[in-house]
Design a protein around this ligand. Structure first.
Ligand code: PRP
Ligand code: URA
Length: 209
């Protein structure tokens, strides 16, 4: 079974509190989502492997630890996942980026795919799929399924707020995918919105309705 890591760092929790507030407008919301994503990426990448390298400081030769240089891919789920992309790229500037376009049909609540473009060498990469909200888990589970068809080395899923229902769905459908979230909320409401959540992440990022 995969692991679920709640990133409860005080800076993450403070910024999460700010984006939950309905008075927070799109400009501030976008900035905060990016900042939270950078902070979360620090934890999500904790298992990156290091290698020993010899360098020379101004004083003497020494051995230091540097990243082994694993190939990483970041995959935002459009649209709202785009809000997290730049924050993660700040820490992983050499990562390649794939995009998956999915929206949740408001009537059936089923995810509908409209776009998928992955790096050509995705089979050599470890992927981090990003989306602010894990509600029913339908979108995340479908995105993971599409990406798996391209045989990446490993997949992690990173979100800001999750519902217990979404975590259960992803764990059942994809027991090999570790989940990283800043909060696990109470439940879904009758429209499958996360309670208390933050509303519609895409609308809050881009000022739509
Ligand atoms: C939101 C969110 C997730 C999805 C979560 O996207 O960004 O992708 O809903 O819901 P689920 O877990 O029940 O599938 P939405 O469909 O609103 O599209 P958008 O990002 O284009 O606004
Ligand atoms: N999608 C959102 O953007 N918010 C929710 O609460 C659920 C799905």
């Amino acid at each position: 079974m995969s692991t679920v890591t709640v990133i409860n760092h005080p800076l993450v929790q403070h910024k999460l509190a700010l984006i939950r507030n309905k008075e927070t407008g799109p400009k501030e919301f976008r900035e905060l989502v990016e900042e939270i994503s950078t902070l979360m990426a620090y934890e999500v990448t904790r298992d990156l492997t290091l290698m020993e390298v010899e360098i020379e400081t101004p004083i003497q030769k020494t051995k230091v630890n540097m990243l082994e240089g694993k190939k990483i891919g970041i995959v935002p789920i459009l649209r709202a996942g785009l809000g997290m992309l730049d924050g993660v790229l700040k820490l992983l500037p050499a990562a390649k980026v794939g995009h998956i376009g999915l929206y949740r049909d408001p009537d059936t609540l089923e995810p509908v795919e409209y776009y998928c473009k992955m790096p050509t060498d995705v089979n050599e990469r470890e992927l981090i799929i990003v989306d602010p909200m894990l509600a029913t888990g339908g979108s995340a589970s479908a995105a993971i399924k599409f990406v798996k068809e391209r045989n990446p080395r490993n997949i992690k899923f990173m979100c800001l707020i999750s519902a217990p229902e979404g975590i259960k769905r992803v764990q059942e459908d994809h027991p090999d995918v570790d989940i990283f979230t800043a909060a696990i909320d109470e439940r879904l409401n009758e429209h499958a919105y996360i309670v208390p959540g933050l509303g519609d992440a895409g609308d809050r990022l881009y000022g739509t309705r």
